[in-house]
Design a protein around this ligand. Structure first.
Ligand code: VGL
Ligand code: ZN
Length: 198
């Protein structure tokens, strides 16, 4: 059984959003088309409390995109984004949400960020997504969404670690490219880990 994972296709990651990913809106129609090929579609949502440790605003004197140590883990500081239950955290307009079988929310604990849809960045807490997928008999996963160099990458890498056969639908992904070349590096990292790049 195969499943599609839609990673963080949320308002704040679209142009005009708090943490806009260039071209993020372009993948909505592509994701809708992909969903037609899958019986099981799971979606992740970045879902932060207002006091989340990844927000620069919660670290007086620190700037957006600076890197800090957050309880022992390196953390890039982001603009306030995807605050739970806010407009910014809602799925992108036009996304065919009625085709989504299950939603998994991540980044819900203030003290640790979660780029992957499976685990937090410290690999201490699971979202339950891997077990749920296995319960459905899923062995193959296709991943698409935002952002290629953060949440898509870490979700795909964790999926491999969890034992799934993983394909990246690259045309239905967009990245942040904080540093030029980040997206290409992320794709090569995924390929090196055994992700099939499509
Ligand atoms: C993401 C940075 C911070 C993502 C989420 O969805 O890729 N990036 N939070
Ligand atoms: Zn986030």
């Amino acid at each position: 059984m195969k499943a599609l994972i839609l990673v963080d296709i949320q308002n704040d990651f679209l142009p005009g959003g708090a943490l806009a990913v260039p071209g993020g809106d372009e993948i909505v129609s592509l994701a809708n088309r992909l969903m037609e090929d899958f019986e099981i579609v799971v979606a992740t949502q970045d879902w932060h409390p207002p006091d989340h440790g990844s927000f620069a605003a919660n670290h007086p004197g620190k700037e957006v995109f600076e890197s800090i140590d957050l309880h022992g883990l390196p953390q890039t500081l982001w603009p306030v984004h995807c605050v739970r239950d806010s407009t910014g955290s809602e799925f992108a307009p036009g996304l065919d949400v009625c085709r989504i079988t299950r939603v998994f929310q991540k980044g819900t604990r203030s003290e640790v960020d979660s780029y992957s849809g499976f685990h937090d960045n410290g690999h201490r807490h699971s979202t339950g997504m891997a077990d749920w997928l296995r319960e459905q008999g899923v062995t193959q996963l296709t991943v698409c969404g935002l952002a290629t160099d953060y949440c898509v990458k870490f979700t795909a890498l964790d999926a491999v670690r969890e034992g799934f056969q993983v394909t990246l639908a690259l045309s239905a992904c967009r990245g942040v490219n904080l540093i030029a070349g980040d997206v290409d590096k992320a794709v090569e990292e995924m390929r090196g880990a055994g992700v099939e790049i499509q």
